[in-house]
Design a protein around this ligand. Sequence first.
Ligand SMILES: Cc1cc2nc3c(=O)[nH]c(=O)nc-3n(C[C@H](O)[C@H](O)[C@H](O)COP(=O)(O)OP(=O)(O)OC[C@H]3O[C@@H](n4cnc5c(N)ncnc54)[C@H](O)[C@@H]3O)c2cc1C
Length: 341
Amino acid sequence: MIQILENVDLQRYNTMAVPSVARFFCRATSVSELREALAWSQTQHTAQYVLGGGSNTLLDAEVNGLVIRPEISGWEVVGEDKDVVYVCAGAGVVWHTFVMECIENGYFGLENLALIPGHVGAAPIQNIGAYGVELKDVFHTLQAVNCESGELIELSKLQCEFGYRDSVFKGRYKNKQVITSVTFSLSKAPRVSVQYPALIEELAKSNVLTPTPRQVAEAVIRVRRRKLPAPETIPNAGSFFKNPVVCEDFALRLKAEYPQMPQYDAANKRKKLAAGWLIEQCGWKGRKAFGVKVHDKQALVITNPNRVDVGNILELAASIAADVKLKFDVSLEREPKLLSE
Ligand SMILES: Cc1cc2nc3c(=O)[nH]c(=O)nc-3n(C[C@H](O)[C@H](O)[C@H](O)COP(=O)(O)OP(=O)(O)OC[C@H]3O[C@@H](n4cnc5c(N)ncnc54)[C@H](O)[C@@H]3O)c2cc1C
């Protein structure tokens, strides 16, 4: 049976540590509790919001509605064939713990995604990715509850419409389905993906030529710890902007003007630019404004050391985006979304 709490402080439930109060709040530890919570918000005619680990979400000072936190725990092997193990994890499982437990058990493919904050249930929402691997590369199916009917459905990889930091849950299914579990297709053989330059460098530093999956995960963890602030000590929401993807012609013109500009191949002959580099070129790295700060080791990360309101963060983000637009004619898109958005 769910417990609906009133006027709950959400500051500890978001990694940006913005002050925020939910009018109503509940945890759902099973599919039936989730259905109960959704039904409650329908009968009360109140809006409902889903919050996982709060590491990719910006919270308004007041959230007028019911905030549901899916806390469905545990994972299990649900099938296997000659090469692959199918592992199903509850939406409330902490992502990094899951990654490390899979490696320990000999289920491989998640190593490059180590140390990404958040819960399993949110990982498909933006098709999390790091160091050359995306969730879609190891995704099999997911289960979700329809917010209106309470029906439990299963979606395949194709139906999730994964793209760069994107999925159907940011489009057609936005606020319409709550993910309850995700099933991964993991390799029994210890295959690794080491293509990303920072990862290659890190492994080379320790003279590891043929790394094991665990060594890859450990290298990823070391690089991330060096580059990114830990939200527990310096509140942040990771990359604040997506890397912009532009057409080839425009990328060529930019390269002619700025020969140092990093550019990477993207789908459909387009080019991906490094948002952090663009921001750094505009002089924002390490700068403070509106009570918030651009991280001094990575310009793509906005930190909130003074735990100020979301409005301040949005003002800083708008100033950064305006400068990048003016200098490069490139539009930056914010990655973390407002819960009410
Ligand atoms: C330091 C740091 C580093 C990061 N590095 C990376 C990185 O390398 N790569 C990357 O891709 N991301 C990265 N992120 C972003 C973030 O960790 C991921 O997007 C993560 O998957 C968010 O999980 P969460 O549980 O915290 O989601 P939340 O922030 O709680 O939610 C995100 C969105 O998903 C929705 N949601 C949450 N759970 C569910 C559910 N069960 N069903 C339906 N909707 C749901 C929410 O309503 C919200 O819209 C980083 C963040 C931080 C703070």
